[in-house]
Design a protein around this ligand. Structure first.
Ligand code: ADP
Length: 259
C-alpha cells in the first residue's frame, strides 16, 4: 500500500457488501485466522459470495492459509484488485508488506491502511465479508467497529483460562462499542487420539460453554485439535475445502451464520 491517506469521516462499508462479520480473539494463537479462512471457504462452498479481509496487521496469516502470495494488482493506481482463492475474494495487509519486516504503525497509519483495504479494494457484490482481526482490543478493532459498521463479531477462544480471560475483554469491548456478538467458538476444544480414540482435553474443558452462558451469547461451535486442520492451513488449502468431520462442522457454522 503506497502512501498513507488521511482517514475520512463516515462509514467505511464497501458499497456492494451486504454484511461484515469480524472474527476476533483476546489472545493470539487461539485459531482466529484458521476459523476465518475455513468459515470463508465453507460459505463459498455453499454458493455464497464471500470476501476475506485479513486485517491482522501484526501477523497476517491469510496469504499462507489461503495459498496466495501474489501482490494484488492496481492497474489505475487507485483501486486494488483483490485475489481469489478457493472461491473466496480475498485481500490481506500481508500481501502489501514485506513478510520479514515488523510492522510498527501508529493509529493514523493503521486507519489509512484499513481504509484502503475497505474502500479501494474492488470487493464487488458480496453476501458477506469476513474480517480476520488482530488479537486483542486495539485501534483496528475500534476503527472497524465505529466506522465500518460491523454487523457482528464472533469471538474465538481455546478453553484455557488465560485465553478465556482475554476473550472476556474482547466481548466487553464489542458490548461497549455496541457491535452485536454473534457468538463464541471454542477452538482446540479436545484432542481425539487417531490411534485409540481417547479424548484429551489439553487446554481444559467446558470453559467456553460456561463463559457463553454467563455472557448470554451462543456457543456456535466446538472444534477439535486436529492435525489435518493445521496441515491444511500451512498448506494453503483450508480443511473446510475438503471432506470430513471438521469440514462438516465448518459447513454447519456457515449455514448458521447466513440463515
Ligand atoms: P490466531 O489467528 O488466533 O493467531 P491461528 O489460526 O494462526 O491463530 O492458529 C495458530 C496455529 O494453530 C496455526 O499453526 C494453526 O494451523 C494451528 N491451529 C489452529 N486451530 C487448530 C486446530 N483446531 N487444530 C490444530 N491446529 C490448529
Amino acid at each position: 500500500i503506497g502512501g498513507h491517506p488521511k482517514p475520512q469521516a463516515g462509514p467505511m462499508k464497501p458499497a456492494g457488501v451486504k454484511r461484515i462479520v469480524a472474527i476476533a480473539s483476546g489472545k493470539g494463537g487461539v485459531g482466529k485466522s484458521t476459523v476465518s479462512s475455513n468459515l470463508a471457504v465453507a460459505l463459498a462452498k455453499q454458493g455464497r459470495r464471500v470476501g476475506l479481509l485479513d486485517a491482522d496487521i501484526y501477523g497476517p496469516s491469510q496469504p499462507r492459509m489461503m495459498g496466495v502470495s501474489k501482490r494484488p494488482a492496481s492497474p489505475d493506481g487507485k483501486t486494488i484488485i483483490p485475489l481469489t482463492a478457493h472461491g473466496v475474494t480475498m485481500m490481506s495487509i500481508g500481501l502489501m508488506l514485506d513478510p520479514d519486516k515488523a510492522v510498527v504503525w501508529r493509529g493514523p497509519m493503521l486507519m489509512g491502511a484499513l481504509q484502503q483495504m475497505l474502500g479501494q479494494v474492488e470487493w464487488g457484490d458480496l453476501d458477506i465479508l469476513i474480517v480476520d482481526l488482530p488479537p486483542g482490543t486495539g485501534d483496528v478493532q475500534l476503527t472497524l467497529c465505529q466506522r465500518a459498521a460491523l454487523d457482528g463479531a464472533i469471538v474465538v477462544s481455546t478453553p484455557q483460562d488465560v485465553a478465556l480471560l482475554d476473550a472476556r475483554k474482547a466481548i466487553d469491548m464489542f458490548n461497549t462499542l455496541k457491535t452485536p456478538i454473534l457468538g463464541l467458538i471454542e477452538n482446540m476444544s479436545v484432542f481425539i487420539c487417531p490411534n485409540c480414540g481417547h479424548e484429551a482435553h489439553i487446554f481444559g474443558h467446558g470453559g467456553v460453554r460456561a463463559e457463553a452462558e454467563k455472557m448470554d451469547v451462543p456457543l456456535l461451535a466446538q472444534l477439535p485439535i486436529d492435525l489435518d486442520t493445521r496441515l491444511a492451513g500451512d498448506g494453503g488449502t483450508p480443511v473446510a475445502a475438503g471432506e470430513g468431520e471438521v469440514a462438516d462442522a465448518y459447513a454447519r457454522l456457515a449455514r448458521g451464520l447466513i440463515e
